[in-house]
Design a binder for this molecule. Structure first.
Ligand code: FCB
Length: 454
């Protein structure tokens, strides 16, 4: 009857987003591969960090993780069965270059060649992130991101990857969330390499900004027909109330969490006016650096999970601003204690649209960790399904309003090693039993398969 007809027409599926809209899933090497000592691979900073007692939930490590190194075929086939046609994964630098620079591991290259070829045989497009946080430990021993030499190390790594994979890989992302690996890894000390304070944070920021552009330039030179992007974490920030001091605190947080890495790449410099602490970057900026930090990315990857509510605080050194914990705000949260706030993704698409130099925007990560239960071989993850529907509706709203939005990647294909939180938060469309490595497609995965059905 007519009524049914209408409801069929308005069904929310991927088709509504148009034919060119890119749909995919994202993963990262350390979180899934395992095989941490296989063949020539040397330790990365995450191998070192996770071996220290007390830094990771239950002292878990990524030594085995999802064992993707051995099960990549099975996992890519599951992806295929979910109608997912774009796969974003990262390369383990220390698997490819066990000494950080210099000798290339043929076995390391072979592994990624196999993954790339297997994807392509199954009509899945590989999207490669060069750096998703796992710096070779040998380079950390020389200061890692705090040493300006990282720019030449990173150029070397990028050149090796472009030369070996660029004939088939045409979609690249230079860095994954520089704010997180500099902030959590070099200021708060809760991620590898576990460093703290401004003396580590500031040089790491500036060197990451230089690498971001340097990587882009090399990919452009070496890979014909490449589409080059980089990714940024971002959250919609609101002040706890309208008091002037809280508004200023929120602006500061916004500058640090959302603007710090994109603005130099667009030639806008660092957002110093909103976050005066960044004036201290001067010490590390050499003549010509701000010009060298600019790169004309083909797309910007934005990664959004939640929003943050911010207030002024006299007790937080340097920043005088703090995040009001979601658990004290009486809102729905995930296992990460992140607020479920779908409008955040719309606000972020809008925010990044406002930059004149941004050509395309792709959501390169979005997803949620909830408690999952396996019952009779099924995982009925209703909350995750609901999360995706709510967030995707906001993405669709952006599209309808004519904002640039060109793709969406789910974080993540399968449950994996969630950094400092270990294996507790499960973000996957596929459930992984970490004892047996058995996979079960969750109901959210089945929902996605239908949503993406050609
Ligand atoms: C992002 C990371 C990704 C994963 C998700 C939950 O910040 O890029 O590796 O940990 O959060």
């Amino acid at each position: 009857m007519p009524k049914n007809k209408t409801s069929k027409k308005t069904k929310f599926t991927s088709k509504k987003f148009g034919e060119d809209f890119v749909w995919g899933v994202s993963v990262a090497a350390y979180q899934i591969e395992g095989a941490h000592e296989k063949h020539d691979k040397s330790p990365s900073i995450w191998d070192t960090f996770t071996s220290k007692p007390g830094v990771i939930h239950k002292n878990e490590t990524g030594d085995t993780a999802c064992d993707f190194y051995h099960s990549y075929k099975e996992d890519i086939l599951l992806m295929k069965a979910m109608n997912i046609s774009n796969f974003r994964f990262s390369l383990s630098w220390s698997r490819i270059l066990p000494k950080g620079i210099g000798d290339v591991s043929a076995r390391g290259i072979q592994f990624y060649n196999e993954v790339i070829d297997f994807c392509m045989e199954h009509n899945i497009i590989p999207w490669v992130t060069l750096y998703h946080w796992d710096l070779p430990q040998v380079l950390q021993d020389k200061g890692g991101w705090t040493n300006r030499e990282i720019v030449s190390w990173f150029e070397y790594f990028t050149t090796v990857c472009a030369t070996n994979f660029g004939d088939r890989v045409k979609h690249w992302m230079v860095l994954n969330e520089p704010m997180v690996f500099t902030g959590a890894g070099h200021f708060l000390g809760v991620h590898a390499p576990g460093l703290k304070g401004l003396k580590n944070f500031l040089p790491a920021i500036h060197h990451a900004v230089l690498c971001q552009a340097a990587g882009g330039i090399i990919l452009r030179e070496r890979v014909s027909g490449a589409t080059i992007g980089t990714t940024f974490s971002c959250s919609y920030i609101t002040p706890v109330n309208k008091k002037k001091k809280n508004i200023l605190a929120a602006e500061k947080a916004d500058a640090l969490l959302n603007r710090l890495f994109i603005e130099p790449s667009l030639g806008l410099g660092y957002p110093v006016a909103a976050a005066p602490i960044l004036k201290k970057l001067k010490k590390y900026i050499q003549p010509g650096d701000l010009e060298d930090a600019v790169f004309d990315f083909d797309f910007i990857g934005i990664q959004n999970y939640t929003r943050e509510v911010v207030k002024h605080s006299y007790f937080i050194p340097y920043l005088s601003a703090k995040i009001v914990d979601a658990k004290n705000r009486n809102v729905q949260t995930t296992v990460m204690n992140w607020e479920v706030y779908p409008k955040s993704i719309y606000k972020m698409i809008k925010k990044f649209n406002a930059y004149e130099g941004v050509k395309k925007i792709i959501i390169t990560e979005n997803g949620a960790a909830f408690e999952d239960n396996v019952a009779n071989g099924f995982v009925n993850d209703i909350e995750r399904r609901k999360f995706f529907k709510q967030y995707l509706k906001q993405v669709y709203k952006a599209k309808e309003k004519g904002l640039k939005i060109d793709g969406y990647f789910v974080w993540t294909l399968m449950d994996n090693f969630e950094w400092a939180e270990g294996y507790k938060p499960r973000f996957g469309l596929i459930h992984v039993n970490f004892e047996t490595q058995e996979r079960i497609v969750k109901s959210s995965g089945k929902w996605f398969a239908k949503f993406l059905k050609p």
